[in-house]
Write a protein that binds this ligand. Structure first.
Ligand code: FAD
Length: 394
């Protein structure tokens, strides 16, 4: 009997985990099913590019996984029953149940309105492809001089504001940030960011706690108002509610709590990776929602599953950060080097070199999905039936 591994979500982390499992384990011993709602792999890190009218390379999942032994199932995950080990999926043939022996939960996240009034009704998001396409269509209809407000001064907000301002110099782009502009960056990084924002003519509202979004403006707690024919909301990500509706141990925000091998602390046959997981990183800090930590977490999960099925050695490489790669339009960028626990170091790359570096990182991330053995530290023996059966009992 084959050991059934079901991977939910074919974003960066789910796709990497599925591909790596297929490389690690023998086809006759495992059946790997990768479930995803959309037929294509979505390069989420390029959603701001899609929103301003750039076209992204189509990456059909069935083509990417052809010949790998991974079965791609196009369906929407409706629910997980972690006690019965089943997943309810809705696809072309209606709703069916998929049984699993090992589950990898990688459904990622969406935008986070944080419950700010008017956001759900009036704001646009770039956390998903449909959201970015909706914004793209709206931006294309904006006439010269119309105001666009980007809310959120994190990496996504910086990338969105600069991309829009560069692609549409005729628009009046503003950026509302809760603290100071790029206040977590090194002095060099902050200075460069300020220079680029000034060059692109972006108005920055600092110390701006946005309390409401209306059809034509954004309201700030201290009484300031940013005019906005379009508001782009980028204040972090929120996970899908599916995990929180299970008996899995989750955080207050619905992320699945996992150990260092990305295994659920409550259900040993469930692993969670990427934005959907709460894993502890260097310095005891939670890993932030990013490809930067999600990719090694996916390697870790796949290697741990393979090791447990084959009696191999568990992976012990701690996940750490190296840099924060920020595009500032297509021709400029900022690579902020960071400590293992993600604090800015003195050094940073800026300008054209940083833009090229960031582009290579994005290309590399997509390449890593198609070539999941990248970074593979050790080889595990192929799974054997008795060991697989034993692993199921553990
Ligand atoms: C504009 C933007 C720029 C970013 N830039 C960077 C960056 O430079 N560096 C960085 O490290 N991170 C960046 N991020 C964050 C990064 O994209 C995410 O952290 C990463 O995509 C998380 O990977 P994931 O596999 O957990 O989720 P995702 O990549 O979101 O994948 C989840 C998958 O699950 C599918 N799915 C969701 N719900 C269901 C369901 N119910 N049924 C079936 N399928 C479902 C989705 O279709 C998707 O394919 C950026 C994000 C955005 C939006």
């Amino acid at each position: 009997m084959q050991h059934r591994i079901v991977v939910l979500g074919a974003g960066y982390t789910g796709a990497i985990a599925a591909g790596r499992l297929a490389k690690r384990l023998r086809r006759q011993d495992v059946a790997i099913t990768l479930v995803n709602a959309e037929p294509d792999f979505v390069e989420r890190v390029r959603m701001h590019q899609l929103a301003v009218g750039q076209d992204l390379k189509p990456r059909p999942l069935r083509e990417m996984f052809a010949g790998t032994g991974v079965e791609v199932r196009l369906a929407e995950v409706a629910a997980v029953d972690a006690d019965r080990r089943t997943v309810a999926v809705t696809g072309a043939g209606g709703t069916t149940e998929l049984g699993y022996d090992t589950l990898v939960y990688a459904l990622g996240s969406g935008w986070n309105t944080q419950g700010v009034p008017g956001t759900a009704e009036h704001a646009y998001e770039i956390a998903s492809r449909p959201g970015a396409l909706r914004l793209r269509e709206r931006l294309a209809r904006l006439g010269a001089g119309q105001p666009v407000a980007v809310v959120g001064g994190g990496l996504t907000g910086l990338e969105a504001a600069t991309e829009i301002a560069e692609a549409r110099p005729d628009l009046d782009v503003a950026l509302a940030v809760r603290g100071g502009l790029g206040d977590w960056l090194s002095p060099k990084g902050r200075a460069h960011l300020r220079k680029v924002v000034d060059r692109l003519g972006i108005t920055v509202y600092e110390q701006a706690d946005v309390t409401g979004v209306e059809a034509d403006r954004v309201a700030i707690a201290d009484g300031r108002v940013a005019p906005a024919a379009v508001t782009v909301w980028t204040t972090g990500f929120a996970v899908h509610p599916i995990a929180a509706a299970t008996t899995l141990e989750v955080t207050g925000t619905g992320q699945i709590v996992v150990d260092a091998t990305m295994r659920s602390v409550s259900h040993p046959d469930v692993y969670a990776v990427g934005d959907a997981a709460m894993a502890t990183g260097p310095g005891g800090k939670p890993l932030r929602m990013s490809c930067a930590s999600g990719t090694p977490a996916a390697w870790q999960a796949a290697d741990a599953i393979a090791a447990r099925l084959t009696g191999g050695k568990l992976p012990e490489t701690p996940i750490r950060y190296f840099n924060q790669c920020i595009s500032l339009g297509r021709r400029d960028g900022l690579i902020q080097f960071v400590t293992a626990d993600d604090r800015a170091k003195e050094s940073a790359l800026t300008g054209r070199t940083a833009a090229v570096y960031k582009e290579l990182v994005c290309k590399g991330a997509a390449w890593g999905v198609a070539n999941p053995t990248l970074g593979m530290p050790t080889r595990h023996r192929p799974v054997t039936r008795p060991q697989a059966a034993d692993a199921r009992r553990r």
